[in-house]
Design a protein around this ligand. Structure first.
Ligand code: PEP
Ligand code: MG
Length: 582
């Protein structure tokens, strides 16, 4: 039995066999094969090598025919590498000795050969390691052509997925139905992979150091996604304890489900709207199941998946209309493309430091087409129900102008074309860049609503990368700077009579949620599964107690002191008495 500790980011307990992912250009799985499958893997490898040989020969022939391309000889080197027994024979030996799949064997041989190449003193030979990558990449690609080749979007069974990291686009495409739990070496609670794990209801632990080395493929693994605990090859006693905890979770879940139809009203009668954050349209059903009274954030960029193309207008209208239908009569807030910060954009990120680079509305200047298409689709879908348009990553009034101009142009265009559009489709923005927070008073008169995006706001305000486990302890939602800024945003919005929502992960923590109520926020949007617990806390508190607690925060110097005070003050003010989970 081996116990690894990371950070729990998606609650629940799961038990199952580990599937370890090593990612090179494409993910490579290490799969154990039964004895009678080994020769099948050798056969796959042989076929992939033969296909690669044919392709390389064809490229070489084509280039040789062009007099002005003198580099056909490079492909001779590639063909020679392909024939080298060091490569194919070794890979076959790995398959036969370790009973693994062809992809993994090739990966293992590649590591050995790279080590050998790196040891050469002659620069010419050292540089050939790039050719080696080309050749191996080609064989991997040809192996991927097998009809049963596993991929992240088509897992070879139900597994606990263990990976160094997953990009958001890989996570978006993941075969979540077959992921029992997720264990990653990188990551943090507010990165998009963790957010997706929560919305898919899959227990997950991140920042689990050396997970891909410590967890053998196929080993039985228990993942406790609340505590961030991963147990490899658990003893019978440990397994029994986890099974009992799993049963407790199920009972608690059932209890919370019963709050679904109860109103989110404080003890002194103040209504709070609890909305859901969703990434996929199919999640609307889950949102309703947990009692969401609207969608406070639809991260539209997930419609892109890993597609190299932006979705067309008609398809988008259909998706948005369907969402409105499913949520009717509740509102649906759709965020325009927030692409560029991670890999969620056709073509991937373009800036060297994407979090501070050409992201979301900043891309509008260079490439307005996709934003225009989306805006038209949103306005058209707005004729079908209460849709709200939300603009991400606005840094201040000057960023807002081109976006609002685009809305006006699209409106005019649609009326000229005689197309239906919503008469009043509110346009709001996410306050997630500190400069927007500081100029909230100037922004408030230009839009219809604010939603505070604390996931990014905290990262930029505190200069703490939200996805880097090394600085995760510094990512403090209760930092005095964060609370003061939220208070100012609410004040600026209030002066203009603007509604303020909060759609960062902070809203999902009952303790934080009550402080937000204390500051005057009346709409909270969160992962659907978090709603019942937050509703329970809302129903147990009075606004007066929440306000006192929020004000008391402002005179304390550190997040730690604020948290201790809140736990003490608020827990004792709750009726029925409730404790906040550590
Ligand atoms: C945020 O930044 O708080 C937010 C809700 O958006 P995302 O997590 O998608 O960046
Ligand atoms: Mg954000």
């Amino acid at each position: 039995m081996n116990r690894l500790l990371g950070v729990g980011v998606s609650p629940g307990i799961a038990v199952g066999p580990a599937l370890v992912v090593e990612r090179e250009a494409a993910p490579v799985f290490r799969l154990l094969r039964a004895a009678d499958q080994v020769e099948g893997e050798v056969e796959r490898l042989t076929r992939a090598v033969a296909a690669s040989r044919k392709q390389l020969q064809a490229i070489k022939d084509r280039l040789s025919r062009k007099a002005d391309v003198p580099h056909a000889y490079i492909f001779d080197a590639h063909l020679l590498m392909l024939e080298d027994p060091l490569l194919q024979d070794r890979a076959v030996a790995v398959i036969r000795e370790d009973h693994v799949n062809a992809e993994w064997a090739l990966h293992a041989v590649s590591e050995q050969l790279h080590e050998m190449f790196d040891g050469f003193t002659d620069a010419y030979f050292r540089e050939r390691s790039t050719d080696l990558d080309d050749v191996l990449g080609r064989i991997q690609l040809n192996l991927g052509g097998a009809p049963d080749a596993p991929s992240l979007s088509r897992l070879p069974g139900s597994f606990v997925l263990v990976a160094r990291d997953l990009t958001p686009s890989e996570a978006a495409d993941l075969d979540w139905e077959r992921v029992l739990a997720l264990v990653v070496e990188g990551g943090s609670a507010t990165d998009h992979t963790s957010i997706l794990a929560r919305s898919s209801g899959v227990p997950a632990a991140v920042a689990v150091r050396d997970a891909t080395r410590e967890i053998p493929p196929g080993a039985q693994v228990v993942v406790d996604g609340s505590r961030g605990e991963v147990v490899v090859d658990p003893s019978d006693a440990a397994l029994a304890a986890y099974r009992a905890a799993q049963e407790q979770d199920r009972i608690e879940d059932q209890r919370l489900q019963q709050t679904r139809t109860l109103p989110a009203v404080t003890r002194d009668g103040v209504s709070v709207r609890l909305h859901a954050n969703v990434e996929f349209p199919e999640e609307a059903e889950t949102a309703l199941l947990y009692g969401a009274e609207g969608i406070g954030l639809f991260r539209s960029e997930y419609l892109l998946g890993r597609s190299p193309e932006w979705p067309g207008e008609e398809r988008q209208v259909e998706v948005y209309r369907r969402l409105l239908d499913q949520m009717r009569p509740h509102p649906v807030t759709i965020r325009t493309w927030d692409v560029g910060a991670d890999e969620m954009a056709p073509g991937g990120p373009t800036s060297p430091n994407p979090a501070l680079g050409e992201r979301a509305l900043r891309l509008l200047r260079r490439n307005p087409g996709p934003f225009r298409t989306q805006m038209r689709a949103l306005l058209r879908a707005g004729a079908h129900g209460p849709l709200r348009i939300m603009l991400p990553f606005v840094g201040g009034p000057s960023d807002l102008e081109p976006a609002l101009a685009l809305v006006a142009e699209c409106r005019a265009e649609l009326s000229e074309q005689g197309k239906d559009q919503g008469r009043h489709v509110p346009v709001g923005l996410i306050i997630e860049v500190p400069s927007a927070a500081v100029t909230a008073d100037l922004l408030a008169s230009r839009v219809d609503f604010f939603s505070v995006g604390t996931n990014d706001l905290i990262q930029y305000l505190l200069a703490v990368d939200r996805a880097d486990p090394r600085v995760a302890p510094l990512y403090e939602p209760l930092h005095p700077a964060v609370l003061r800024v939220i208070q100012e945003i609410v004040r600026a919005a209030g002066a203009e009579g603007l509604p303020v929502s909060l759609c960062g992960e902070m809203a999902a923590d009952p303790l934080h949620a009550l402080v937000l109520l204390g500051f005057g926020v009346r709409e909270l949007s969160m992962s659907p599964a978090a709603i019942p617990r937050v509703k329970e806390a809302v129903r147990a508190v009075t606004i007066e107690a929440a306000r006192d607690a929020a004000l008391a925060c402002l005179s304390l110097p550190t997040a730690r002191e604020i948290e201790t005070m809140l736990r003490h003050e608020l827990a004792s003010a709750l009726v029925p008495a409730g404790a906040f989970k550590e």
